[in-house]
Design a protein around this ligand. Structure first.
Ligand SMILES: NC(=O)c1ccc[n+]([C@@H]2O[C@H](COP(=O)([O-])OP(=O)(O)OC[C@H]3O[C@@H](n4cnc5c(N)ncnc54)[C@H](OP(=O)(O)O)[C@@H]3O)[C@@H](O)[C@H]2O)c1
Length: 270
């Protein structure tokens, strides 16, 4: 193992999806602070610009260093992902790692019998096909010995009512992760998935709608079914993702790591 350093990602090229906001932005920040070159994407140019402005304020040296690349990408479109990854490789060379953080959650908390089919299809297209598209182009562009980290959710261990489409999408990403771990080991590439619990981002704060039309938002209170009794901070999700991207986790592959504050089985929705 390499000797300890404060910049374990120095000169490493890492692709991160969903870097405009939330946990993806926290991963981008964490990697930049530790020396990486980070190529990130999101659907919104405005959100990406806001993220870059914030990062440059925190790390003024970024503006003059060629270490942050942002691209408008829709991960659900294979060609869009290919263009982004090709441009990253053309600029900095092959990838050392990739973190697939981007996803959406549906706002309708409906039982299956009422859940609109088109909403299910949209969820699977975004989260499952989106993850597949990213994995396909990232793995093709990755150096031997690299690391790919997907992001799931605690819902894959503790299913919750009304969340079938999101749960199905995250279960599928666990499956993609396991299959890819077998496939990629021939090139010594490791593939793992981090499954966060409720995390303090736009996603957990979005209003959820019941079939009655009433809406609510998730709260952190005494009833919150995790030992920690609070949401994760985005950086608390970013750190385990970065560990799995780093050489320090060299013997870890095909794993699901639940970063959920000790979540326990419950009918909590969030
Ligand atoms: N927050 C939670 O409580 C929680 C719990 C468990 C698991 N997770 C998982 O953790 C990950 C990060 O979630 P978060 O809370 O940080 O979410 P978030 O705050 O809603 O941010 C989602 C990010 O994904 C991007 N994105 C979504 N669809 C995309 C697409 N088709 N193409 C490109 N980018 C896309 C968004 O880009 P735009 O800015 O362009 O929209 C944004 O950067 C997700 O995989 C989520 O499922 C979150």
């Amino acid at each position: 193992m390499a000797p300890p350093t404060l910049t374990p990602f120095q000169d490493k090229v890492i692709a991160v999806t969903g870097g405009s906001r939330g946990a993806g932005l926290a991963v981008v920040r964490y990697l930049l602070q530790r020396g990486a070159k980070v190529s990130t994407c999101a659907t919104s140019a405005t959100n990406l610009a806001t993220a870059v402005a914030g990062l440059e304020e925190e790390m003024p040296e970024l503006a003059s260093k060629d270490r942050l690349m942002t691209t408008v990408v829709d991960i659900s479109q294979n060609a869009s992902v290919k263009t982004w990854i090709d441009a990253t490789v053309a600029r900095w060379g092959k990838l050392d790692g990739a973190a697939n953080v981007a996803a959406r959650m549906h706002s309708k908390v409906f039982p299956i019998e009422d859940f609109p089919l088109e909403d299910l299809q949209d969820m699977l297209q975004n989260n499952v096909v989106g993850s597949f598209n990213c994995m396909q182009h990232e793995l093709k562009a990755m150096k031997d010995g690299g690391s790919l980290v997907n992001v799931g959710s605690q819902v894959t261990k503790y299913a919750q009512p009304g969340m079938s489409a999101y749960i199905a999408s995250k279960m599928a990403i666990v499956g993609l992760t396991r299959a890819a771990a077998f496939e990629a080991i021939a090139r010594k590439i490791r593939v793992n998935i981090v499954c966060p619990g409720a995390t303090d981002t736009d996603m957990v704060r979005q209003p959820l709608i019941l079939p009655s039309g009433e809406s609510f938002t998730c709260t952190e209170d005494a009833n919150f079914p995790a030992l920690m009794k609070r949401f994760a901070k985005p950086e608390e999700v970013a750190a385990p993702i970065a560990f799995l991207l780093s050489d320090e986790s060299a013997y870890v592959t095909k794993q699901e790591w639940y970063v959920d504050g000790g979540f326990y089985d419950n009918s909590y929705v969030g």
